[in-house]
Design a protein around this ligand. Structure first.
Ligand SMILES: [Zn+2]
Ligand SMILES: [Zn+2]
Length: 375
């Protein structure tokens, strides 16, 4: 790609008499004759407005002398009088001091002009990762703090037990089921409340019923999505500007491809399905099931747990027993005390916990009890 190079002359400002816009070709102020120096930003040149492509709006240097001056490299500054001197000179043009002791100036890139796009959007996007990191950090720290635990002692304040006895009878009944899931089998009656089998007998009155649905292939359908892609759509000029360190700048411009987003349709044939009902034979049959006859309950606090009194099982019956135990402990937490409840699984465990007047609780920083132990 072809490059286009131009030399542009900058301007400077005299700090002795405040004259502005002095061309770089003038090494001394045309008003007060003071030589240009490094101090007071006298040698920081102005190159005028920038173009959209990053170049300079100012016209090119056309004369031989100016181009020659630009090609001499950066200026140097006299160690004695501070004057700026062209790269080609070996002694100061103001005081004739030797170049060797002077300070060498430098060429530098002129930063590109501020982008015309709104910068707040870019700034916002940038902040996201930090916000997320911050949140993660906070959550992590909170998690560590919350799971820290300490131990404290709790006092027993209450205990209770509750026992239920449900009497059930193995009773004849009629049910419905899918034909292919029914296997004829004779029922077996329980002996002392155990060893029974429900059985399946007298399968009858079978009829078609909807059991569910299934997906059936039904041709294809065309599905389209709108997508976008980046495409070269012409060229644009991009320029960079190098300050040569002597009041002149070198502008280099080249053409680079410009990209545009283009939307297009992407289509393909996808299989299509329809929903169909599925039928199967549903039948009635005879069987047995446990049905509750009555429920008896006993409860207490500090006494010994006991089961509700029942007579002997009468025929195809069984007794189903359930037991629940609770011991409540109280521990200090700020102004008002808090309670923690232990639910022992068995009577033996219940008796053990109820006997303990004090237990040791492990509490995390959120105030939740994570563990309770007998002393
Ligand atoms: Zn001046
Ligand atoms: Zn000098």
């Amino acid at each position: 790609m072809a490059e286009r190079v131009r030399i542009i002359e900058g301007t400077w400002r005299c700090t002795s008499c405040e004259t502005k816009d002095i061309p770089a070709s003038k090494l001394s102020c045309p008003s007060c004759n003071n030589p240009r120096e490094e101090s007071g930003k006298e040698s920081e040149f102005d190159f005028g407005a920038r173009t959209a492509s990053g170049g300079l709006a100012r016209g090119s240097v056309a004369d031989e002398k100016g181009l020659e001056r630009a090609a001499q490299g950066p200026d140097w500054y006299c160690a004695y009088c501070g004057s700026a001197n062209p790269g080609g000179l070996e002694a100061c043009r103001s005081c004739h001091a030797k170049r060797a002791e002077g300070k060498q100036g430098q060429a530098s890139e002129l930063p590109p002009p501020a982008a015309p796009v709104a910068p707040p959007a870019a700034v916002k996007r940038r902040r996201w990762p930090y916000v997320v990191l911050g949140l993660l950090g906070t959550c992590g720290g909170f998690g560590v703090w919350a799971t820290r635990t300490h131990e404290l002692r709790a006092r027993r304040v209450e205990s209770s037990w509750e026992r239920t006895s449900r009497l059930e009878q193995f009773t004849a009944t009629t049910k419905q089921g899918w034909r292919d899931q029914l296997t004829e089998a004779a029922p077996v009656m329980p002996v002392d409340g155990a060893g029974e089998r429900a059985g399946v007998t007298n399968v009858r009155a079978c009829a078609n019923a909807q059991r569910g649905t299934r997906q059936v292939p039904d041709g294809t359908q065309r599905v389209c999505h709108t997508r976008t892609k980046q495409e070269v759509c012409g060229h644009e000029e991009k320029c960079s500007v190098q300050q040569l360190g002597n009041g002149y700048a070198k502008e280099t411009c080249r053409d680079v491809p410009r990209y545009c987003s283009k939307s297009y349709e992407e289509c393909r044939d996808e299989p299509r399905y329809r929903t169909e009902p599925v039928y199967a034979l549903r039948c009635s049959y005879d069987t047995f099931e446990w049905r509750p006859l009555d429920t008896l309950k006993t409860q207490g606090a500090d006494d010994a747990p006991s089961w509700p009194a029942r007579g002997a099982l009468d025929g195809p019956q069984r007794e189903v027993r359930e037991e629940r135990y609770r011991v409540v402990y109280e521990y200090p937490d700020g102004k008002s005390p808090k309670r923690w409840t232990k639910e022992p699984a068995s009577e033996a465990e219940f008796v053990q916990w109820r006997a303990a007047h004090e237990v040791v609780l492990t509490v995390n920083n959120l105030g939740s009890v994570t563990q309770g132990a007998l002393p």
